[in-house]
Design a protein around this ligand. Structure first.
Ligand code: 5AD
Ligand code: FES
Length: 347
């Protein structure tokens, strides 16, 4: 496998067959080599600097019914909440004083938050914190909406493609959702001038090695500025409750492969990765990730934004995540920085 890893390192890509061979053939002995290579690429671009994003989970209402997700509309047991504008701005105030210079507004696809309401939120945050970046993560909207959010000051947009294979997409989503629409949204976001993030779950139900290779090749050709991946983690009140969680090693290998494919991309060590292993996020950084996203949501709602079981960071103290991650990063030789952490194209 060393030869394939070297080839990926040198050429930033592999064929679909080669990617399948790599994904199926990697063993623990290759991991050190792969992780080390990916880490050296991250070091070259970012040194030991880790970017932070303050995650504000502002609504768990959702009109969609994705089979994997705990806040799907059919989950009548989910306790729904929406933050007010004042609550959201107070998360930002708190976040700013903790050194965050990027705020991520993430929510279900909640029609209550009309385009106008989102525009108002974005412009208010940008007005109050002009040196901060605003990232939206609110799903599929019209091209016009994306343009207006951008004009209001939104800098980045996260919209995972979830899986690049249309048949697989159909197995994990209800029929009213389609991969083609998802990709059209991603194209529109890019055209509107956002730094765009895509990504997928590792080990989602019915996912094959070939599907993962397709995800990698999709990302390689779409070239998002950000790539978020994490293991699938079952949620007890969804149709996928009985499926096993995605693997730690596999997720780490994919982070490394993504780092070698897109050397200067912003790649988070995700909360889901931290959920399946107590040092998952540290391992993610050591496999080539360079971003962490501590929870900035009010403590009272954190448990309710339950996309999957046993989600971490639902603890009592609001500022806890920031310091927790600072300590965790320091222990492995990295430092969280006070910086917007914008994408910079490769030199
Ligand atoms: N396990 C892991 N990740 C999940 N997501 C949603 N549900 C789950 C789950 N059960 C991810 C999706 C979505 C992101 C916000 O969270 O990839 O895009
Ligand atoms: Fe949230 Fe450690 S990062 S509790």
């Amino acid at each position: 496998m060393k030869k394939l890893i070297d080839k990926l390192y040198e050429q930033n890509t592999l064929s679909k067959d080669e990617l399948c061979t790599l994904l199926d053939g990697l063993t623990e002995r290759d991991d050190d080599y792969l992780f080390e290579k990916a880490r050296s690429v991250s070091k070259r671009y970012f040194g030991n600097r880790i970017y932070v994003r303050g995650l504000i989970e502002f609504t768990n209402y959702c009109k969609n019914d994705c089979y994997y997700c705990g806040i799907r509309k059919s989950n009548k047991k989910a306790e729904r909440y929406r933050l007010t504008k004042e609550e959201i701005l107070s998360c930002c105030e708190n976040g700013y004083s903790l050194g965050f210079r990027t705020f991520v507004l993430q929510g279900g696809e909640d029609p209550f938050f009309t385009d106008e309401k989102i525009i108002d939120l974005v412009s208010s945050i940008k007005k109050g914190y002009p040196d901060c970046a605003v990232t939206l993560s609110i799903g599929e909207r019209s091209g016009e909406a994306y343009r207006k959010f951008r004009e209001a000051g939104a800098d980045r947009y996260l919209l995972r493609h979830e899986t690049a294979n249309p048949q697989h997409y159909g197995k994990i989503h209800p029929p009213e959702l389609s991969l083609s629409n998802r990709i059209q949204c991603l194209e529109r976001l890019k055209e509107s001038g956002y730094q765009v993030g895509s990504g997928f779950m590792v080990g989602s139900p019915y996912q094959t090695t070939e599907n993962l290779a397709e995800d990698l090749l999709f990302i390689r050709q779409f070239e998002p500025q950000m790539v978020g991946i994490g293991p699938f983690v079952p949620h007890h009140d969804t149709p996928f409750a009985g499926f096993p969680a995605g693997g730690l090693e596999k997720t780490l290998r994919l982070i490394s492969i993504l780092r070698l494919m897109l050397p200067s991309a912003l790649i988070p060590a995700t909360t889901a990765l931290g959920t399946i292993h107590p040092e998952g996020r540290e391992k993610g950084i050591l496999a080539g990730a360079n971003v962490v996203m501590p929870n900035l949501s009010p403590v009272g709602v954190r448990k309710k934004y339950e996309l999957y079981d046993n989600k971490i960071c639902t603890g009592e103290e609001a500022a806890e995540c920031r310091f927790c991650l600072q300590n965790r990063m320091r222990k492995i030789g990295y430092e969280i920085v006070v910086d917007r952490g914008d994408y910079r194209p490769p030199k």
